[in-house]
Design a protein around this ligand. Structure first.
Ligand SMILES: C[S@@+](CC[C@H](N)C(=O)[O-])C[C@H]1O[C@@H](n2cnc3c(N)ncnc32)[C@H](O)[C@@H]1O
Length: 298
């Protein structure tokens, strides 16, 4: 299995069913990752169909290209931030699409690869970039940003109630020595709030790591911009599926879909989000917090 992009796709059956694809459709997979959703889309659209496969992470595209090599004639690979949808469709020479899927956030491969610096359980450089060509890293944030700014980010994007303590400890610690690795940051966070988390299931670093990752990759505004723009490129009756993994992201999608439904641009296919069943969560704990929302273009 070495070299494969190991990622169990979340809410796979549910998202593919709800996309309601037909042979020959043109579909955007805005978050290719390991291609788990893409391969099922390809089966539905058949050899006459076209898949626009986007990922901001060049490594994800390289690995998954190998995995999907039997379908290479049907796939246009694009290494781009999905918020640049006009550019993506321009390069693909596709004017309108019949369906789109966004499976937001981070893949298991990225989390499990210590060198990418996403995990508080594996020691590695404090990085957290999806796009490895971008300059801002988590290392730069924790060593350069002021205490108030760090506290605001950790509170807003991590919903960490002890954000002030964490930020204070980061600033005190970096005065002694720069924080270079995920392991060093975990030690700092544990020093700040380890006791507060003693009787909780959640790891003390979980919320802070989420916050830094969201900020480094500008995840919330990228998703909001991309989903909003993608709706305007859907054919009538084309569907959009969005899977999100935390409440901040889900709220953005929920509100946007509702607003577009009020404007009669979309019909809500899911009034309430679809969540994974017990079996899926047991097989793939990462699916635990997933929510799928689906809408159809009017
Ligand atoms: C949860 S994974 C997708 C997994 C995929 N559906 C599968 O089943 O294998 C999310 C992917 O989206 C990519 N990504 C995150 N933000 C992005 C953005 N703004 N533009 C393009 N890709 C992005 C990440 O690099 C990651 O590979």
């Amino acid at each position: 299995m070495k070299g494969l992009f190991l990622h169990l796709p979340v809410l796979l059956r549910e998202s593919i069913e709800h996309l309601a694809l037909k042979r020959g459709d043109a579909v955007l997979d805005a978050t290719l990752g390991g291609g788990g959703h893409a391969i099922e889309v390809l089966k539905k659209i058949g050899p006459e169909g076209k898949l626009i496969a986007v990922d901001r992470d060049p490594e994800a595209l390289d690995r998954t290209k190998q995995h999907l090599k039997d379908y290479s004639g049907q796939i246009i690979y694009i290494n781009e931030n999905f918020r640049n949808i006009e550019k993506i469709l321009g390069v693909s020479e596709v004017e309108y699409i019949d369906g789109a899927i966004f499976d937001l956030g981070v893949s298991s491969y990225q989390i499990d690869n210590a060198t990418r610096g996403f995990s508080f359980l594996k020691d590695g450089p404090l990085d957290m970039r999806f796009d490895t060509g971008q300059t801002l890293t988590a290392r730069e944030m924790v060593n350069k940003f002021g205490k108030d700014m760090l506290a605001d980010i950790i509170r807003k994007y991590g919903e960490e109630r002890y954000a002030g303590r964490v930020a204070g400890e980061i600033v005190a610690s970096r005065k002694r020595k720069r924080i270079e690795t995920t392991g060093e940051l975990v030690e700092v966070i544990e020093k700040a709030v380890g006791r507060k988390y003693r009787n909780q299931k959640l790891h003390p670093a979980c919320r802070t790591f989420q916050a830094l990752r969201i900020y480094v990759n500008d995840e919330l505004s990228s998703a909001e911009e991309a989903v909003g723009k993608t709706i305007s490129y859907l054919h009538q009756r084309g569907r959009i599926c969005v899977i999100s993994f935390h409440s901040l992201e889900d709220r953005i999608i929920k509100n946007m879909f509702r607003e577009k439904a009020r404007e009669k641009k979309l019909a809500l296919v899911t009034k309430k989000p679809i969540t994974p069943g017990r079996e899926e969560v047991l097989a793939n704990p990462r699916a635990r917090s997933a929510k799928l929302r689906v809408a159809e273009k009017l």
